[in-house]
Design a protein around this ligand. Sequence first.
Ligand SMILES: CC(=O)SCCNC(=O)CCNC(=O)[C@H](O)C(C)(C)COP(=O)(O)OP(=O)(O)OC[C@H]1O[C@@H](n2cnc3c(N)ncnc32)[C@H](O)[C@@H]1OP(=O)(O)O
Ligand SMILES: CC(=O)C(=O)O
Length: 522
Amino acid sequence: MAVVEIYDTTLRDGSQGEGVSFSAEDKVKIALKLDKMGFHYVEGGWPGSNPKDMAFFQRIKNHRLSHARIAAFGSTRKPGVPVQEDGNIQSILAAGVSVATIFGKSWDLHVTRALGTTLEENLAMIEESVGYLKSRGLTVIYDAEHFFDGFKANAQYALATLRAAVRGGADRLVLCDTNGGSLPEEIAAIVERVKEEIPVVLGIHCHNDGELAVANTLAAVRAGVTHVQGTINGYGERCGNANLCSVIPNLTLKYGHETIPRSSLAQLTDLSRYVSELANLHPNTHQPFVGASAFAHKGGVHVNAILKDPRTYEHIDPALVGNRRRVLVSELSGLSNLFYKLKELNFNLDASKEETRRFLEEIKELEHQGYMFEGAEGSFELLLRRAYDNYREPFKLESLRVIIELKENSPVYSEAIIKLTVGDQVVHTAAEGNGPVNALDNALRKALEVFYPDIRRMQLTDYKVRVLDEKDGTGAVVRVLIETGDGERSWGTVGVSTNIIEASWQALVDSIAYGLLKNNGR
Ligand SMILES: CC(=O)SCCNC(=O)CCNC(=O)[C@H](O)C(C)(C)COP(=O)(O)OP(=O)(O)OC[C@H]1O[C@@H](n2cnc3c(N)ncnc32)[C@H](O)[C@@H]1OP(=O)(O)O
Ligand SMILES: CC(=O)C(=O)O
């Protein structure tokens, strides 16, 4: 099967996504990672747009890349402005790259309404801009903005814009579904028409407004394009761009195309999380191929079959994209989920099937009360160990008191006083906090630090409260989920009560107890 060039525009179109902003240094880090993984092109930004993007192009020059070519983005020249005097075109040259990607108008509506110029002038803008950049020795990728909408409105004019780019010497013509509303069969039919008319390497750039960006990209490849643009995690303007974390494995594993090397495919999950971390966005756990839930099995029937043969409920081996299989325990579990977890935790359990079933019933009853173990693997393992493993709690609560004081013209005061036994010692301590849960956390740590210095490395990274029966108002049951990390790993714990302090305390106790358990190598 043919080679399909992978052109990443995370650093440019991805940055156009709401909530996404990379520093120049982040951009360099991502570009280097993409290069190492064998991406063919990395679009670094629009140098004529802002100083940060220009800084990226200056910095990336200090690195030797082994695979990727860095592209600078921009538009065709302005109407009525000579190309050599156009600031945007000049800034592409100033970026010092060997690849320029410029977008031009394909849709007559855009020419007359957005640009406010004539159809003839737009053709001249395209031809002269491409031609000028070519004459300066650059590879030129021409992004035909709104190509599909333009073709549907006025096919002859849309094709004429491509011919103008070809006269200018464009190396690639990229057909863009800019508004993201096209359907796969429309994309395929239009690509086929263009292929008949224009003898230049064709590419595709799809947006996700109809949630079809990946499907449209694949349809375009099936119809003959060999250059694909997209972003990591599908970040991009409005609903985003074609998600390369799905496009690449589909092209490689399903259609058998050569894209990035197979060894790099196994780094795709890592890449997805790396980019979301630098974008400061939570990873989308439900993302196909690379999301934490992509190979997470919850239903008992599924887990039972997975244990017999993973192909029963997995479309690919998760390791091919660097992901892993997970089995969740919940009210929807059967014995198979538990047996899987016991094996995963290296639990040498002698329990009978009946005993395990009783434990399963207990989990289902706790979930009925409001516990949720699939996001609280720490609490689940502790429950298991408390039931079967002669587990010794690292401390025991004797009593706990929380004081909240509200005074006019003063900040709210929160204090927690706790009495614990650790081994045969009684510890009595108090601490303040910026809220009652923070005060509890501080008091608990203060009491335990002398006995368990490892606690200093454990930090609460997330605290979520969910009211379970809103109709009961302030008397409702609440579920508290806490995420804790120690720099190497992170774990979730859960607490449930009609009292938010008690629910928080349960989750806090499990978070510390689980951290200590793991530090003891269990
Ligand atoms: C489909 C896409 O995603 S294209 C990429 C879109 N990305 C961005 O817009 C992010 C970066 N953009 C920017 O930083 C700014 O918009 C700039 C620096 C490019 C331009 O800023 P300004 O000069 O203030 O113009 P402004 O943003 O208000 O308007 C865009 C201008 O580009 C013109 N333009 C739009 N497309 C093209 C084109 N293909 N060729 C030439 N000019 C174009 C518009 O007609 C408008 O010009 P006008 O002011 O004469 O009406
Ligand atoms: C060029 C581009 O980003 C688009 O048409 O969507």
